[in-house]
Design a protein around this ligand. Sequence first.
Ligand SMILES: NC(=O)c1ccc[n+]([C@@H]2O[C@H](COP(=O)([O-])OP(=O)(O)OC[C@H]3O[C@@H](n4cnc5c(N)ncnc54)[C@H](OP(=O)(O)O)[C@@H]3O)[C@@H](O)[C@H]2O)c1
Length: 524
Amino acid sequence: MSGSTPRRALVTGADTEIGRAFARRLHAGGDELVLAGGPRDALEALAGELDGAASGTRPEVLPGDLADPDDLDLVVRRLQADTRPVDLLVVGPSPPHTAGLPEADPTDLRAALDRGAGAVLALLRAALPGMLARRHPGPAGVITVAGVAGFLPATGAAGLDGAVQAYVVTLTESLAQALARDGLALTTVCPPPPGTGRGPRAVPLRLAPPTPDAVAAAALADHAAGRALSVPGVPTRALVSASRLVPYPAARLAAGRGGPRGRRGPRGTRTGTALVTGASSGIGAAFVDHLAGTGHDLVLVARDTDRLEATAERLGRQGVQVEVLVADLADAAGRRRVAERISGGAPVSLLVNNAGYATAGEFVDTDPAALRANYEVNMAAVLELTAAALPGMLARGEGDVVNVSSVAGFLPGRGSVYGAGKAYVTALSRNLALTVAGSGVRIMALCPGFTRTEFHQRLGQGRPGPDWAWLDAERVVAEGMEDLESGKAVSVPGAVYKTIVGVTRLVPRSLLRALAARSGSGRG
Ligand SMILES: NC(=O)c1ccc[n+]([C@@H]2O[C@H](COP(=O)([O-])OP(=O)(O)OC[C@H]3O[C@@H](n4cnc5c(N)ncnc54)[C@H](OP(=O)(O)O)[C@@H]3O)[C@@H](O)[C@H]2O)c1
């Protein structure tokens, strides 16, 4: 630690082994501590232990569940306080939840998303502006604890945890790249999941699983050195590198016998009723026309009543059955009505989670409420509507879910939350596809590159990049549906974008971040 004023660090998840290890190391190094986001007993016990240590002051304690908006708000306000300001934020791991999709209770799933991704978003947004203004030489900034599951395919409960970790990794790396020039360091640490190395196949990891203290030590050293990604232990680093080149074999190596098996869904064309969110323009509107042309009935979801009704009238004249469901997916009541239509009305055979947008401007200047609304539409709605669709589809032994993601999810470093949200959508879809393999249900992430729609206009931007880089929405949809029908879990339309995604697996992540940062102004 350097500087005349002691550094103050706020650590969440201090009820976990890794969170405790961070707190002990920081306290031993002379930092003043705030222990936040965990059960009161666990935080008080740790504060008492540190208070009894030879040096340092007793940590402040701010208990609570970060999935609870009121508890999260307390921590947000502590991070924004001008008195006793926080210079280093360590967002520790969120405790794992017990069941995965499709078994889990939707409320538990939503809490798991909020405790992981939602809390990281709110805490980073609360902490960074003050840190930028003060620039404590400590070093200051943020360490987020994710995991190697963010890079690996996984099934069951680990599938959602992995998707949340993909979000945390991508968001931290994106902001690290953008804020490094302002003197702030952001680092995400990716330890192996608890239990990795116990499987008989996981020989390399069994040899040297890092201890919680080694994870904290590596993360703090990497943070001090300004590294965005910290992967402790040589075997774990090898696993992360392998996961980018050969994700499925690497996942099986990490998980032992419980690893993912079949990769492709069943082949073939299907009809029935398709529900499309964001049906009023762009890629969603192209889905509507394509699906009407292939014999589907439709449920159209978006906020713009006039546009949806005009489409319903046009398609109705062609003999297509169309329902209009006006809903704002940023709003809990809107998402609930759509979820109820999916789980309770006439069966939906194809769900297209397409609604989405990017927020304009720099992360630290964007209104937290606008970031939260974007999180609800781009991330929470995808989880909640998929959770509403899967039980019926699995019971019928047939059904498809297409989640519209983006090539941006493969490109950390663009300084925005948008790519992180799309990294989550892609990982969630891929992991769910593995989870339901063999059930007759297909789940696919559709990852377009720049596509001619209203997306960039709504962002207040022109169309970045050369004309040849732009796809038509009709082509994105036609290629996406072909990929779904051939059983793919991830579809990247267009040769240009297939090549870009292929290259992202080969180049070092630090170079990828630097390259991605150069295209940061266009966030599609
Ligand atoms: N265009 C690209 O370059 C590109 C590239 C990769 C991925 N994508 C993804 O493709 C998807 C579709 O975007 P697009 O390019 O077609 O953009 P778009 O033309 O702007 O369409 C966005 C759609 O989302 C709906 N929407 C936005 N906020 C909503 C909310 N709160 N509640 C309900 N619906 C909402 C909009 O409908 P209302 O305004 O009527 O509500 C509209 O139908 C998004 O997920 C986007 O991230 C786009």
